[in-house]
Design a protein around this ligand. Structure first.
Ligand code: UTP
Length: 476
């Protein structure tokens, strides 16, 4: 039951956060309601304990790296993996897709600050010619899989308070890109208040607590709280394909990956790819005390990051790129309330809008506070039989993080073109490329036409009238 303002004032005062109500008397009714709405979303005990751990207890901040070693993984066939094993895994994955055990799940609640795009990141135009948005690309992949495997994949989309309405409106405007509206399920993730360097809640205005999404790790809680897990249970779906909204290359309906997940009896499986260099800004798959875990690049000491084996290959080679399969029962366990399995929060030092003593808005030029986030990969050590499977960067990973440069709209655009060129070459179509595999002409292959190289080759070869390969060609 919702508490009244007097009760909230007492609770916040006891927690040393009475300033949240400092301007209460100045607020009109609408603003008072807005303040109470946010106040009701704050778990004050959780916040107090986070401040204790992350702001005031310096010992607890040093990461435990004892006994760390590189994680084992199933190598890709082109890197020494067993062809027969991959073939069997693929067949098993296809069977699971046909049996309707699969659900797609994208986390799209982030703020996308680095990209600086006005709107949900999923609405960012990404393909070279059609300028199909990230959401459209993923929708087309689902349409293709539904046709190929005769299944009916539901697509769960985690949004946040900041972009939920815009996301839902976008799908409505575009008729769900050919999917049934009831099979596209958007739900909001949780929010966490931001605090200043002394652990005081930051007010972004007199009536607004500064709140931000609780990280992609918040997805486990949100999947349970939103009823998504319950819906999957009713439909008999136990394989949840987790991916991130900024990566149009991701093969999130990947039969071999599903097959390895199932044959290992894994509760949380991950794709890995070899790091581009020792210091690449990605998480590292490791093993600690017999459990697979991910150590962030910033936490892996140089002495380990730079370590090589006898052949000169990096020992900590396995990069985590935010592609997982989650077992539904595991999510229910991990994301349920009062569970023993709670993910840790991490703090991020950020510039956060605040107010001065008189209540005027201040936009800081330097980081002035902390946001708290959970990371989904922190669930891996809790999972039974967690397995890591190698993929190739060019097949699965090219995120749009920044406006320009590395991992940007530009690099993703070129990586998509390289993928189309590779697929065409594999189908024996002559296409001129530069040394990096970038075609000299612009073209595009719709995800409704093919989902990967082998499906492209098969479909292309079956075409009676093949289009000429010219600049501006769209294969759809
Ligand atoms: P990033 O860590 O790249 O964050 O998210 P971001 O918010 O998209 O971008 P920046 O850091 O502000 O520039 C990786 C994935 O996790 C999702 C994002 O939407 C993206 O798909 N995410 C992140 C959430 O869904 N919720 C969050 O709270 C954070």
């Amino acid at each position: 039951m919702q508490k009244n303002v007097t009760e909230y004032k007492q609770i916040f005062e006891k927690a040393g956060q009475s300033h949240v109500f400092k301007f209460w008397d100045d607020l009109d009714n609408e603003r008072r309601e807005q303040l109470l709405e946010r106040v009701a979303q704050v778990d004050i005990d959780e916040l107090s304990s986070l401040c204790k751990i992350h702001l005031f207890n310096h010992e607890a901040q040093s990461l435990d790296l004892e006994g760390l070693s590189p994680a084992p993984y199933i190598p890709h066939p082109q890197n020494g993996g067993d062809q027969v094993q991959w073939h069997e895994a693929h067949a098993r994955g296809v069977e699971a897709l046909k049996a309707n055990r699969f659900a797609a799940f994208v986390v799209a609640g982030g703020q996308g600050t680095r990209l600086g795009f006005d709107g949900p990141k999923g609405t960012f135009p990404t393909t070279p010619i059609r300028k199909a948005t990230l959401f459209q690309v993923f929708a087309e992949k689902i349409v293709f899989a539904n046709q190929t495997y005769g299944c009916d994949i539901p697509w769960f989309i985690m949004t946040s308070e900041i972009n939920h309405s815009a996301t839902v409106a976008f799908f409505q405007e575009h008729n769900y890109f050919g999917l049934k509206p009831e099979r596209v399920i958007c739900f909001r993730q949780g929010l966490m208040p931001a605090v200043d360097l002394n652990g005081k809640i930051i007010m972004e205005d007199k009536h607004l607590i500064s709140m931000s999404p609780d990280g992609h790790g918040g997805s486990l809680r949100a999947l349970v709280r939103s009823g998504a897990v319950e819906q999957m249970e009713k439909e008999g779906r136990d394989i949840i394909s987790y991916f991130q909204v900024d990566n149009p290359l991701v093969k999130f309906i990947d039969p071999a990956f599903i097959g390895f997940h199932l044959s290992s009896g894994s509760q949380m499986s991950s794709k890995m790819l070899p790091k581009a260099n020792a210091k690449e800004k990605v998480g590292n798959f490791c093993v600690q005390r017999g459990k697979i875990c991910v150590i962030e690049y910033s936490d892996l000491p140089d002495v380990l990051a730079l370590e090589t084996d006898a052949s000169g290959k990096l020992r900590y080679i396995a990069a985590s790129v935010g592609i997982h399969i989650l077992d539904r029962k595991f999510v229910k366990e991990a994301g349920g309330s009062g569970t023993a399995l709670s993910l840790p929060f991490h703090r991020a030092h950020k510039k956060i809008q605040t107010i001065d003593a008189k209540g005027s808005i201040v936009k800081p030029s330097e980081p002035n506070g902390y946001k708290f986030e959970m990371f989904v990969f922190d669930a891996i050590p809790f999972a039974k039989n967690a397995v890591v499977v190698e993929t190739r960067r060019e097949d699965d990973f090219s995120p749009v993080k920044n406006a320009t440069g590395v991992d940007s709209a530009e690099s993703t655009h070129d990586d998509l073109l390289r993928e189309y060129a590779r697929w065409l070459k594999a189908a024996d179509v002559p296409i001129e490329t530069d040394a990096t595999g970038l075609p000299k002409i612009k073209l595009e292959i719709s995800q409704k036409f093919a989902s990967d190289q082998s499906s492209f080759v098969k479909r292309w070869k079956s075409l009676a009238n093949k289009p000429a390969i010219v600049d501006g060609l769209i294969i759809a």
